[in-house]
Write a protein that binds this ligand. Sequence first.
Ligand SMILES: [Cu+2]
Length: 205
Amino acid sequence: MQRGISILIIVLGAVGWNLLSLSGLAAQTLKGIVLDTEGKGVSGAVVWAEPLHKSFEVAPPSDPAVMEQRNLAFVPSVLPILVGTRVRFPNHDAVYHSIYSFSKAKRFSLGLYPPGTAPSVVFDTPGVVKIFCNIHDFMRATILVLETPYFTVTDKQGTYTLSGLEPGSYQLRVWYADRYAPPQPIEVLPGKILSKELIIPTDEQ
Ligand SMILES: [Cu+2]
């Protein structure tokens, strides 16, 4: 049985004010929860907000993101990043790995690399990148290369927090287990607490 045909996002509210954002406008925090059709929290869903209110260029972080290989598994197995980010792949196992992707957003092959090393790759095209290991067929991971710095992964309860949102218009997006929800518009207003519920039917993709 497929798990849920819709994802419910409850926007619990934009609460509090962060430090001033880059533009000088006060930034807000958006908290919510992703639920399946049975009302259970969905852990490991990627939630992101795409700004619509301006064209928007943010430099990728100077520190690389990290996807470890540990006990013959990728940790984390789902990693959202801003486009242009370098990802390190440290091998913490006692065996060689050889990871690769054939995804359109990034084709690469690192070749065999030994324990204790950490090859890296820059992900310069937005999209979904499926990561595999040539040696260990069961090793699977996904990197979501996003055009926004406002992203997070839901916790065990399915809740999420997006911080640093400047006031403006956004599309709230969700990805979980190769499914997307249609974009949902949200308006982040200065000084106003957001509180609304969104029901999002997912597409199979
Ligand atoms: Cu491997």
